[in-house]
Design a protein around this ligand. Structure first.
Ligand SMILES: Cc1cc2nc3c(=O)[nH]c(=O)nc-3n(C[C@H](O)[C@H](O)[C@H](O)COP(=O)(O)OP(=O)(O)OC[C@H]3O[C@@H](n4cnc5c(N)ncnc54)[C@H](O)[C@@H]3O)c2cc1C
Length: 223
C-alpha cells in the first residue's frame, strides 16, 4: 500500500505495447532517486485504486517497464490498459523479497502468465544459467520467452492448452508446469523461485514439499 512510510513518486506513462489480446508492457519514466532490485514490485495508484506491479526493467534502466495482464472487469488493470502517454501515476518505493540469492545449488525459475515478470528483470540484470519453466495456455502467453531462453541454461515452455502438432518449440512440454516438475524433476539440491497465480504457487509448493523437501522455495503469488 502507498502510505505514510512509503515515499511517493509520480511517474508519467511514455508507451504501451500489446503482447497479445490481454497483456501489455507499460513504460513509464523513471523518477530521480528511485532505486530497486530485480524482482521487486511497486504499488501503482490512480484515481483511488492501488495495485502491485513488478518491474521488468533491470535496475540500471533509464525507464520503468511493467508486464500487465488486463483482467476482465479489473478496476486498475483495465484503466492502465487504456492510459494515453503523458498520464501521471503515483508510485511507491520498490518492495518485496523475490530477489535473486547467489547459491551453489541448481536454480529453477517457475512462472505462469505474467508471473515471469521478476525473472525478466533478473535476466535483464545479468542473472544467467538458471532453468526456466514457463507456463501458459498458448505460445502467445509465453511472454519474453526468447529473452529468458537466452539467459537460461535450460528453458522449458509448458503449454496447458489443447496439444497441437503444428506448435514446435524447443523443449516444449504439453501440460502444466506442475505436471512437468512431477514427471521430470531429477534428484538434486535446488533453489526454486515461483511466481504467478496463487493456484500455481500453492500447487507447486505442495508438490516440491513431497518431491524435494530440502529445496529452498522463494515465491510470490499475484492473485
Ligand atoms: C506482489 C504482487 C506483484 C504483482 N505483479 C503483477 C504484475 O507484474 N503484472 C500483473 O499483471 N499483475 C500483477 N499483480 C496483480 C495486480 O496487483 C492486480 O491484482 C491485477 O492487475 C488485478 O487488478 P485489477 O484492479 O485490474 O482487478 P480487481 O478489480 O482487483 O479484480 C477484478 C476481478 O478480477 C479477479 N482477478 C484479479 N486478478 C486477476 C488475475 N490476474 N486473473 C484473473 N482474475 C483476476 C478478482 O478476483 C476480481 O474478481 C501483482 C500482485 C502482487 C500481490
Amino acid at each position: 500500500m502507498i502510505g505514510a512510510t512509503s515515499p511517493l513518486h509520480t511517474v508519467a506513462v511514455t508507451a504501451r505495447e500489446w503482447l497479445n489480446g490481454d497483456t501489455f508492457v507499460l513504460t513509464c519514466d523513471r523518477p530521480v532517486g528511485f532505486s530497486f532490485q530485480a524482482g521487486q514490485h511497486v504499488t501503482l495508484a490512480l484515481d483511488g485504486e492501488e495495485r502491485e506491479y513488478t518491474l521488468i526493467s533491470p535496475p540500471d534502466a533509464p525507464d520503468l517497464r511493467f508486464l500487465i495482464k488486463r483482467v476482465a472487469d479489473g478496476r486498475l488493470s483495465g484503466v492502465l490498459s487504456g492510459l494515453p502517454p503523458g498520464t501521471a501515476l503515483r508510485m511507491s518505493r520498490a518492495k518485496g523479497y523475490l530477489t535473486y540469492r547467489p547459491t551453489d545449488r541448481a536454480v529453477v525459475f517457475v512462472a505462469n502468465g505474467v508471473g515471469v515478470a521478476p525473472f525478466v528483470a533478473m535476466a535483464a540484470a545479468g542473472i544467467a544459467g538458471f532453468t526456466m519453466i514457463q507456463g501458459a495456455r498458448t505460445p502467445a502467453g509465453l511472454f519474453f520467452r526468447h529473452e529468458l531462453s537466452r539467459a537460461a541454461g535450460r528453458s522449458i515452455p509448458c503449454l496447458s492448452g489443447v496439444p497441437d502438432q503444428a506448435i514446435n518449440l524447443t523443449g516444449l512440454h504439453w501440460g502444466r508446469v506442475t505436471d512437468y516438475v512431477a514427471r521430470h524433476l531429477e534428484p538434486g539440491q535446488y533453489d526454486f523461485y515461483l511466481c504467478g497465480s496463487r493456484a500455481m504457487v500453492t500447487d507447486m509448493t505442495l508438490l516440491l514439499d513431497q518431491l524435494c523437501p530440502d529445496a529452498r522455495i522463494y515465491s510470490e503469488a499475484y492473485t
